[in-house]
Write a protein that binds this ligand. Structure first.
Ligand code: 4AD
Ligand code: MG
Length: 455
């Protein structure tokens, strides 16, 4: 049976008979033997293989070039070199698939831009192998975080008829017209109404929180934002907890606890993946994450944040004025230069926030909160929800939403309404934060951004 390279490298004892397989990273030849390093994707480390000329399969050694796939049988023995504890003395080696000279991932380092253009092969590099292993592990940690706190995982729909954020940034869902068969002709009436890809599972999440108590969603989310930035993708994954009998304080507490939990997870992750990012992306990564894991976050009201920004004396590209949205340059300055730590900004003016947020006593602000982190800006956006039927109806009217279309949502306030709150965390932004990667296109397997939908 094949043993993962990760497990071989962690062995406590030598072994007379092992079987491993992987892709060749490097090969060096001498007269009597070849020395190969193979990687099977199970960890950042490579397995060193010594293949003597003359063993079965060694006649194909010349074709086992960088990128080729091989399988090997042999003995696990203590390594002579200093790099790692174990290596394999092959008793047979098999060429599974050649990689001709045009294999794009030759030994030299490649730019992230170039690797983006070969997204189908980049998981075979050290950096992206580590990236997608961390992504997998962090997904598990998200579920663990909520399961430890007795939250139920709810699958909210991908296809929806509502626009949670009210920003109109939705992709329309249509079908090919089966009657005409015309390739470009789309039929609009499959659902009998306009349908879209979800921009947030929140509204449906609220329906379940007001029945099951504490729930979360974790799924693909779509936004037709035309912003070509390093932090926006048209398809991303969002984690959205929703809690009944919870207010803004409880919401901020959970968001901060979750960021800290995921940062700790990244720090404790095994197999040297974080070290890859320290080496190639950000030398100070571990130190930065340790600081975040062990220090309290800052909290500041939107009003105070605006005051601080105005007094900063810094000339920002976008204006800072009460009533305007904070731009990412403002968010980053607050967290990087002023507080020098993750910061939750709360109580935003009602005019710049969606209809579902709870109106504060001042009648000017709503119980919104954004958690900002250094290097990125907003990573979490959430709020306490408006649970008072009359206030909600007034909000909906102000936002031009028809009560008929949202009667199912209004029902939660009509029947046994409760204070409740929740937030959305952008999973890719969280991954950028824990790896130091600067572009959202590099933390998702296949990025969808304006003008880009390969595969
Ligand atoms: O702030 P947003 O728009 O909030 C909501 O959608 C709420 N309905 C969430 C809730 O309360 N349940 O989005 C939440 C987070 C942002 O803070 C950001 O991290 C991420 O989702 N996000 C994106 N990530 C990548 N690409 C995009 N285009 C994103 N838009 C939002
Ligand atoms: Mg937001």
């Amino acid at each position: 049976m094949r043993i993962l390279v990760r497990d071989l490298l962690r062995s406590t004892d030598p072994s007379d008979s092992i079987h491993a397989a992987g892709w060749v990273r490097t090969r060096r030849d001498s007269k009597a033997f070849s020395f190969l390093e193979i990687n099977d994707g199970s960890c950042a480390g490579n397995l060193q293989i010594i293949a003597d000329v003359g063993i079965p399969g060694s006649e194909h050694l010349a074709k086992m070039s960088t990128g080729a796939s091989v399988a090997v049988e042999g003995k696990l023995v203590a390594s002579q070199g200093g790099n790692q504890a174990w290596e394999v003395q092959a008793t047979s080696i098999r060429l599974l698939g050649e990689a001709p000279d045009d294999f794009p991932l030759q030994k030299k380092g490649h730019s992230q831009e170039f690797l983006r253009s070969i997204a189908h092969l980049r998981p075979r590099t050290n950096l992206y192998g580590a990236m997608f292993r961390i992504r997998s592990r962090m997904s598990q940690a998200v579920h663990r975080f909520f399961q430890e706190r007795s939250f139920y995982y709810v699958h909210t729909p991908i296809i929806t008829a509502s626009d949670c954020e009210g920003a109109g940034e939705m992709f329309r869902v249509t079908t090919l017209d089966p009657v005409s068969g015309a390739k470009q002709k789309f039929k609009e009436d499959f659902f009998g109404k306009a349908a879209h890809l979800t921009v947030s599972g929140q509204l449906e999440g609220e329906l379940f929180a007001t029945a099951l108590g504490n729930i979360y969603t974790f799924g693909p989310t779509f936004r037709a934002e035309n912003s070509n930035t390093s932090r926006h993708a048209a398809e991303f994954w969002m984690i959205e907890p929703e809690m009944a009998f919870c207010d803004l304080q409880g919401d901020m507490d959970l968001a901060e606890a979750m960021v800290r939990y995921l940062v700790r997870e990244a720090l404790e992750g095994q197999d040297g993946d974080l070290a890859i990012f320290e080496k190639f992306v950000d030398k100070g990564l571990r130190e930065r994450l340790e600081f975040v894991a062990n220090h309290p976050f800052e909290r500041v009201s939107y009003t105070e944040a605006v005051e601080i920004l105005k007094k900063s004396g810094k000339s920002f590209e976008y204006p800072v004025e009460y009533g305007l949205n904070l731009q990412s340059e403002h968010e980053r300055w607050l967290t990087e230069e002023y507080f020098k730590k993750p910061t939750t900004v709360f109580n935003y003016p009602k005019e710049i926030k969606p209809f579902y947020m709870r109106l504060n006593e001042d009648d000017k602000t709503v119980t919104a909160m954004d958690l900002l982190v250094p290097g990125i800006g907003e990573i979490v956006g959430g709020s306490q929800r408006e649970e008072r039927l009359d206030v909600l109806l007034a909000n909906m009217e102000r936002h031009g939403l028809s009560v008929e279309d949202y009667s199912w949502y209004v029902d939660t306030r009509k029947y046994g309404t409760v204070p409740h709150a929740g937030f959305g965390m952008g999973f890719e932004r969280m991954l950028m934060f824990v790896t130091g990667m600067q572009n959202i296109r590099d933390v998702i397997p296949f990025a969808r951004t304006p003008g880009h939908c390969e595969f």
